[in-house]
Design a protein around this ligand. Structure first.
Ligand code: HEC
Length: 150
């Protein structure tokens, strides 16, 4: 019986399955970049009680220095502190396959709690709309800090 159902899918069923698999890869989630501290800590931004520590890969820093757009797979991580306490992690990650679902180039914007669990209620649209102002810099505000980091 089960086998018959599967065979019964026919060509259109297979196409539907293939389309679903594709949609899933386009939506593949941003996962917490556990090794981000092995990258480059290129900026600290303070504003009143807020302190942001920002990290990315050496490849991303090189791209900023050479005036290129960021490489596919770039992750930029921001630790967001209130006073001495870690408030949240915010992350942007660039993947070519996300161009169709992103509201800012090929980047997805996500938030993680201090215990590194994803904040599912942050879909990144508010983040993307503010980062839109940096479209000419591949949606990143702190490219100058990357360039000047030694
Ligand atoms: C109101 C505007 C605004 C919103 C909304 C916003 N950002 Fe940003 N973001 C900035 C600015 C400005 C900076 C540069 C650092 C600074 O001045 O704090 C920045 C920096 C960053 C950086 C470091 C890379 C860079 O662009 O310089 C990351 C990562 C980031 N934001 C992710 C996010 C995520 C994820 C969200 C949503 C949860 C978000 N941002 C929402 C304005 C915004």
């Amino acid at each position: 019986m089960r086998l018959r159902t599967v065979t019964g899918l026919g060509v259109s069923g297979v196409l539907v399955l293939a389309t679903l698999a594709f949609a899933q890869s386009a939506n593949e989630e941003v996962s917490f970049p556990e090794a981000y501290r092995d990258g480059v800590h290129y900026a600290t931004v303070t504003r009143g009680n807020i302190r942001e520590e920002i990290f990315t890969s050496p490849e991303a820093v090189a791209a900023a220095r050479e005036g290129r757009t960021f490489p596919d797979g770039t992750v930029i991580m921001m630790e967001d502190y209130r006073g001495d306490e870690l408030h949240r992690y915010i992350i942007m990650e660039k993947r070519a396959q996300w161009t169709s679902v992103s509201e800012a180039g090929a980047w997805l914007f996500r938030e993680f709690a201090p215990d590194r669990s994803p904040n599912g209620s942050e879909d990144g649209s508010r983040c993307a709309s503010c980062h839109q102002s940096q479209a000419a810099n591949d949606f990143v505000f702190t490219t100058r800090q990357m360039r000047e980091h030694n």
